[in-house]
Design a protein around this ligand. Structure first.
Ligand SMILES: [Zn+2]
Length: 244
């Protein structure tokens, strides 16, 4: 018997146990603080050096880079290591799925990664730690070392488009999978939200693991409201055993 392809769509809720708050969701920190939202809005960032200086200070203080994966991230990686084909589609920028052991090529980061910087002009990339070291050393808005362009975090800012290649792969996996597990996502931010509907339309078993109701609960095959840190490992253990 062929093992089912499992797609895991993860949102902010999977990383709260790792100490990372929800920045981007409908009730996230950015949306509640217009001043903070400007720091992650492309137009303001590119147009105002003061916004960039404040953004670099914010990144310097951000704890995302120091966070560790939790039991839920580890359970997803263990499922993959057990031989079940797993792909992760994540709304998170924290890189914790990869740190937990998921191969990077099997993780699609819809909103990019806070662990890298990118040049807005020549698209050179590098580890965020390198850019932050320059900020620590006194460059309050470090320019690209290749071309002098403006650097930013390799995350998708408000006002920026998602990477069409990443999005295309996410849709393809969603259509191909037999099991689609949405975990820790309110399923209110596109395009992630729509993927749940696409999965169901293409015959996948739709499982939603989230503390709060979502707009897709009605079409879900299974809804889990228990805390993600215990519920997801249990759910994935069941999947692993049934696909033996
Ligand atoms: Zn450059």
């Amino acid at each position: 018997m062929n093992k089912p392809l499992v797609a895991v769509l993860s949102g902010a809720g999977i990383s709260t146990d790792s100490g990372i708050p929800d920045y981007r969701g409908p009730n996230g920190l950015w949306r509640r603080d217009p001043g903070a939202e400007k720091l992650v809005t492309y137009e303001y960032y590119m147009g105002d050096p003061e916004i960039r200086r404040r953004s670099w200070q914010m990144r310097r203080k951000n704890r995302t880079l120091k966070a560790e994966p939790n039991a839920a991230h580890l359970a997803v990686a263990e499922l993959e290591q057990s031989g079940v084909p797993v792909r992760v589609i994540t709304q998170n920028v924290d890189g914790l799925h990869q740190l937990a052991g998921m191969p990077a090529r099997k993780v699609l980061e819809l909103h990019g990664s806070a662990r890298s910087f990118v040049c807005t002009k020549c698209h050179a990339r590098g580890p965020m730690e390198d850019a932050l070291a320059r900020v620590e050393a006194g460059e309050d808005d470090p320019p690209c070392l290749e071309c002098g362009g403006i650097l930013k975090s390799a995350t998708v800012m408000f006002g920026e488009r998602l990477d069409p290649v990443v999005l295309g792969e996410a849709v393809a996996i969603t259509k191909a999978c037999q099991v689609f597990i949405a975990v820790g996502s309110s399923l209110q931010v596109q395009p992630a939200a729509g993927l749940a509907g696409v999965a169901a339309d293409h015959g996948a078993r739709l499982v939603i693991v989230n503390a709060e109701p979502t707009p897709y609960d009605e079409i879900a095959d299974e809804i889990v409201r228990e805390p993600i840190g215990t519920a997801l490992p249990e759910l994935l253990r069941g999947l692993r055993e049934s696909s033996r």
